[in-house]
Design a protein around this ligand. Structure first.
Ligand code: GDP
Ligand code: MG
Length: 291
């Protein structure tokens, strides 16, 4: 069999069980999972590697924005999710009767991308109710293949995985199958650090920084990380470091704690600040490769 690879984009309202489902399907084979903090500029992928395939999952937590959210930003987000999807997993729970956002819903109705509609949490409902829910969604989304599941109880999750595999296009892997984990972990910790910077400083400083990971060494009981925070101007360096280094220290502690919770391991984190006028171009380039 030729190698298969593709992007599986998960869509659904908050709390319907997207993360639970991803974990249930991937179990220990999961390389990375989406961290809670979603101030990321980029989607973080959950990548599932096997010898002859690579499934790249992405949760799209921002897709269902509250009513006050800017239409524009949402549309651009939706666009991204629709641009690279090879398969859509649309997750609902039994009580839901509609997708709140009509743009997304319309796009789902019209998409030519294979669409699996998973009715999750079926452990909570009666058979009759399940039949009603299924019938309702069949009329709303005739193009979807409806699969009842319970992510929590692992019911039908293997079946979903098999369906995904059947629908996955033939393609070489998108990410390096060995080195990827390392790269993705670097990316996650850099995003965690960046988030703490956003939370610690005001005004323009947080927006003119970029974080690069100089080294990421995972040992038996500890992960040793060295990161550089790039700023555009000397004055920003002073603000970032703060009086006697207090501010930077605070960023470091917060990032370390969240990193430890995420990776489930002790972390030793060193932060450096560097003025580099040209970081933007390089960093952008790097990001395009999804580092
Ligand atoms: P997300 O926000 O869509 O990622 O949802 P989560 O995966 O965080 O799950 C939200 C809540 O629903 C958690 O309390 C889960 O334990 C629960 N949950 C997820 N799947 C199921 C399921 O199949 N059955 C039941 N009863 N609860 C579930
Ligand atoms: Mg989640």
């Amino acid at each position: 069999m030729n190698h298969k690879a593709g992007f599986v984009n998960i869509i659904g309202n908050p709390n319907v069980g997207k993360s639970t489902l991803m974990n249930a399907m991937l179990g220990e084979r999961l390389s990375i999972i989406t961290p809670k903090a979603q101030t990321t500029r980029h989607r973080i992928f959950g990548i599932f590697n096997a010898d002859d395939y690579q499934m790249v999952f992405s949760d799209t937590p921002g897709i269902i924005k509250p009513a006050y959210a800017l239409q524009e930003s949402m549309m651009s987000f939706v666009k991204t999710a629709f641009e690279d999807a090879d398969i859509f997993l649309y997750l609902i729970e039994p009580g839901e009767t509609e997708l709140k956002d009509e743009h997304v819903f319309k796009a789902l109705q019209e998409t030519e991308v294979p669409l699996l509609l998973l009715i999750n949490k079926i452990d909570l409902i009666e058979q009759q109710k399940l039949e009603d829910v299924t019938a309702h969604w069949k009329t709303l989304l005739p193009n979807a293949e409806i699969i009842p599941v319970s992510a929590l109880r692992n019911f039908n999750t293997d079946y979903v995985l098999n369906r995904l595999l059947a629908l996955l296009p033939e393609s070489p892997p998108y990410f390096d199958k060995d080195a990827l984990t390392d790269k993705s972990e670097r990316f996650i910790i850099s995003e965690i650090i960046r988030e703490k910077i956003l939370l610690t400083y005001q005004k323009e400083v947080p927006y003119s920084v970029e974080v690069t990971i100089d080294s990421f060494k995972e040992e038996e009981t500890i992960i040793r990380i060295a990161a550089t925070i790039h700023v555009a101007r000397e004055s920003q360096k002073g603000i970032l470091i703060g009086h006697k280094g207090e501010k930077l220290k605070r960023v470091g502690i917060a990032a370390r704690k969240e990193g430890e919770a995420f990776f489930g391991k002790q972390i030793y984190l060193e932060l450096f600040v560097k003025v580099s006028k040209d970081w933007r171009d390089d960093a952008r380039k790097l990001k395009h490769f999804g580092y």
